[in-house]
Design a protein. Sequence first.
Length: 331
Amino acid sequence: MSERKRILITGAAGFLGSHLCDRFIKEGYHVIAMDNLITGRLKNIEHLFKLENFEFYNHDVSKFIHVPGKLDFILHFASPASPIDYLKIPIQTLKVGSLGIHNCLGLAKAKNARVLIASTSEVYGDPTVHPQPEEYWGNVNPVGPRGVYDEAKRFQEAMTMAYHNFHGVETRIVRIFNTYGPRMRLNDGRVLPAFIGQALRGEDLTVFGDGSQTRSFCYVDDLVEGIFRLLHSDYVFPVNIGNPDEISIADFAEEIIKLTGTNQKVIYKDLPVDDPKQRRPNISKAKEILSWEPKVSRSEGLKITYNYFKSLSEKDLNEVDHYNFDKYIIR
Ligand code: UDP
């Protein structure tokens, strides 16, 4: 048997990281999973612990990373990724996008590994170009509440290109648009778990603003396939991966009401500061370079996701915060 490829996945216990672990295990890789468990949860990857081609390090990637042995690939997915999370832990968000990527790139250079970094549609900010192509430079408020995430991700892209151009490190950049699926945290504040959690608990659904803002939701398996293809492509510039099927948040609330059969109604709350008014990926590049496009419709993906949330225990459903932020706020 040929030697297994070895891949380091940071943020491995998070929603996306854990699905990536599953995929690379399935493909026969040796997966080195890393997470400091601030927003990730071991529950997402505990089924992998028994495998001999899986190992886990409880480590903060903002600090020096040591991985023994050879490494072929690094996926940098460590970061808080929901508005609530990065408002609660803004300094860690900035650190993992800056110090964290610096450590990953340094490790990649030392090991001669290829790095793929998780960037985001947030680099486009509140976009004035719609749908958003990769060539659009964005409309970001650096000093607003989202600035800590948006600017960290923009810095991360710049640092990645610098390591590619200056040190010749093999790099890939994926710009991820809103993604959903099993293992999202019910309490992370993102719209899909918020609405489904509210429906399951018998609460009204909270639409922020008038609900006319739009998002385009991609099912996690489609995203993972796009990332897998990008990692193995030879394209170094950013590629959007997302589902262009756009919907207003008000209509999305109605879809969730229908899906869950809840008797609850929609209530309206203030729109958060700098909440993007519209978001939809232009995926021409992914289609052309990766022959990729999403396959899972929103109705299919939502059914799977709803069944996952329904299977959670009462305790999980009512959990407010599973982690102690106070402990992690930088002094
Ligand atoms: N949103 C909402 N109700 C909620 C949570 C979110 O109406 O309970 C809105 C939010 O204001 C935004 C959209 O849903 O316009 C998507 O929010 P999310 O936090 O999921 O991610 P974003 O795309 O803004 O990063």
